[in-house]
Design a binder for this molecule. Structure first.
Ligand SMILES: [Zn+2]
Length: 71
C-alpha cells in the first residue's frame, strides 16, 4: 500500500507504507508518521495518479509540471 500526503510547501508526495521518511522536491525531509495521510493507493502507479489529481486540484491543470520538468 502507498500513502499519499502533502508537504508543508503544498506539493503532494507518496511513499510506500512502512517508509519512515521521504524527501520532497522542495528539499524538506518529511516524516511519514507525522504527516496527515490524504489517500492510500494499492500501487505506485495509482499513487502517482492520485498525486497528479491533488496537484491539479491545488494549482490547476494548466500549470501542473511533472517531476522530470522540475530543475
Ligand atoms: Zn515540499
Amino acid at each position: 500500500m502507498y500513502l499519499v500526503f502533502r508537504c508543508n510547501c503544498g506539493r503532494a508526495n507518496y511513499a510506500r507504507e512502512g517508509t519512515k521518511q521521504k524527501k520532497c522536491v522542495c528539499g524538506k525531509i518529511l516524516k511519514i508518521k507525522d504527516r496527515k495521510i490524504l489517500k492510500k493507493a494499492p500501487d505506485a502507479d495509482t499513487a502517482a495518479e492520485l498525486i497528479r489529481e491533488l496537484q491539479e486540484e491545488k494549482y490547476g491543470g494548466a500549470v501542473f509540471t511533472t517531476a522530470d520538468k522540475i530543475r
